[in-house]
Design a protein around this ligand. Structure first.
Ligand code: SIN
Length: 536
């Protein structure tokens, strides 16, 4: 399907082929729906494959319970990490569905470390118990992606690689009628469908250095905003404390150095040999991620250093237990069994995103979202480590079930056509990334956020995005403005949102959310007081 313009029909179009997208597509197929999965690159090019630590889940197999763990304890840790902004009802529902979701994944062939009846568990920052199950040592995401893609082939799902989603098509009543896509030559086509599920992943490409692969260009935020959905909590971009430092000019994807290393005994030291987190948090190096990343950033500033050290030399069999990290370290001449690892924070995970309920429904009829692109209320101001693969599994399934229920009723016949091409602001990517890195990383203030917004605007030209790069850059441009506006409006420090000019946490913002929508040609940031009203 490369000659355009062309048109094809389905019940559900899933945009993205990571954990949430493939889980949803498989469940929808089992429910008898005609499903097309669209992905702009190769099916395994998204963030899922790069996830290391594992899946946080209380399996209910007796092992966790005997060790004193429970879903209630997992929820308590999630609430504590989330800085007061986690929706307890949504989080409770998602975490409780974890064991069944992991069982389904194992049913599709995913193999985890440890004996099948008593899987191995590790710990990461913010967790009060060993509850992170893993695969291939530190290659959990690769195993999840492998198993889901194999299941996709067995189910004979239609997967359309090399097609960038450029617009969600809606009818005169605002309901979804399909998706506009661009092939690798920039030709447009239409997938007519009454349901579209966004599972496009993250936004790491907003920054110069990120643990995300290059495809994480905020596509879903832009598609949703332009279709009339709202975003919330987008100011909370989580920086992973320990991305491998590969040199002063190292931009783009920085290899992740999993937090599970600290869970198994590795320690953080600054370049003077002192602990980075002593006196900062009772959990020390295993404090929630926002706390550790902010502590490292402060210490780098104090010392004028480029990186801190992660010393994993005391972790038993470290290279065998963490083969992915060992390989990344070896590539820069570091032997993690003998040498400390140079690390520094890098953009890692979008805690906010497209507002959905716990069935993945957005405010736009026919539009669902699941996985990192969505904001269910599970993460609040800072995601608990390894809750993301779990959320993708649970919410992919729940969204597919909801689509199947919605499509079981009477359907409206729609025949979307290619929309008239509208010019959009498209910023130069390097200029945008430099502006966001300078003004909207850890440690922001009003002047820096405004300067970043001006710089993104100055780097933008109006044009019709036809190529994949232009579609991505238009998405990054809109996403940058959304993030900067939300970050500017939240005049406090909370979780991943650290404001140098508002260093304290403000109770007013405990229940308020900066919600971003597109009104006409402009972004509008509203403040809602009913943060926790959306979960069903
Ligand atoms: C890690 O392995 O440190 C990352 C896991 C996550 O982002 O949840």
């Amino acid at each position: 399907m490369t000659a355009g313009p062309w048109e094809t029909a389905a019940d559900l179009v899933v945009v993205g082929s990571g954990v949430a997208g493939l889980t949803a597509a498989l469940a929808a197929r089992r429910a008898g729906l005609r499903v097309v999965v669209v992905t702009k690159d190769a099916p395994d090019a998204g963030s899922t494959r790069w996830a290391q630590g594992g899946i946080a889940v209380v399996l209910g197999d007796g092992v966790s319970e005997r060790a004193g763990d429970s879903v209630a304890a997992h929820l308590a840790d999630t609430l504590a990490a989330g800085g007061g902004l986690v929706d307890p009802a949504a989080a409770g529902a998602i975490l409780a569905a974890g064991p069944a979701a992991v069982a389904d994944l194992r049913g599709e062939g995913a193999v985890f470390d440890g004996p099948p009846g008593a899987l191995a568990r590790t710990r990461e920052g913010g967790h009060s118990a060993l509850r992170v199950v893993h695969a291939g040592g530190d290659a959990t995401g690769a195993e999840v992606e492998r198993a889901l893609l194999a299941a996709t082939r067995r189910a004979e799902l239609v997967v359309l690689p090399g097609h960038a989603a450029s617009a969600v098509l809606t009818g005169p009543d605002g309901a979804v009628e399909g998706l506009e896509v661009r092939d690798e030559e920039g030709r447009a086509g239409v997938l007519a469908a009454p349901a579209v599920l966004l599972a496009t992943g993250g936004v790491g490409a907003l920054y110069e250095t990120t643990t995300n692969p290059a495809v994480a260009t905020a596509d879903g935020w832009a598609l949703a905003l332009r279709a009339g959905a709202s975003l919330a909590d987008v100011e909370f971009v989580q920086f992973h404390p320990t991305a491998l430092y590969v040199g002063a000019d190292g931009k783009g994807r920085a290899p992740l150095v999993t937090e599970a290393l600290r869970g198994e005994g590795a320690v953080l030291r600054d370049t003077s040999g002192h602990s980075v987190t002593a006196g900062v948090h009772p959990l020390g190096d295993l404090a929630p991620r926002d706390v550790v990343a902010a502590a490292i950033t402060r210490r780098l500033g104090e010392l004028g250093a480029e990186h801190v050290w992660l010393d994993a030399t005391g972790v038993p069999d470290v290279a065998a237990r963490f083969p992915t990290v060992a390989a990344a370290c070896a590539a820069i001449g570091v032997d993690l069994a003998r040498d400390p690892i140079p690390v520094r924070p890098a953009a890692h995970y979008a805690c906010g995103g497209v507002v959905t309920d716990t069935h993945g429904r957005t405010g736009v009829p026919g539009l669902w979202a699941a996985g990192e692109v969505a904001r269910t209320g599970l993460h609040g101001a800072n995601r608990l480590a390894s809750n993301s693969l779990l959320e993708g599994l649970v919410m992919g399934r729940r969204a597919a079930d909801d689509v199947a229920r919605a499509l079981a009723g009477p359907r409206r016949l729609a025949a979307p056509t290619l929309p008239t091409s509208v010019p959009l602001p498209v910023a130069d990517r390097a200029a945008l990334q430099a502006a966001m890195t300078r003004g909207a990383a850890i440690g922001r203030d009003a002047a820096g956020l405004a300067a970043a917004s001006d710089a993104v605007e100055a780097a933008s030209t109006l044009r019709v995005p036809r190529t994949r790069a232009d579609v991505e850059d238009a998405a990054l441009t809109l996403a940058a403005h959304a993030l900067l506006a939300a970050a500017g409006s939240r005049t406090e420090t909370r979780g991943c949102h650290v404001r140098a000019d508002h260093p304290l946490t403000d109770d007013h913002w405990q229940r308020a959310s900066a919600t971003v929508v597109v009104e006409g040609e402009r972004l509008h940031v509203g403040t809602t007081d009913a943060r926790h009203g959306g979960a069903a």
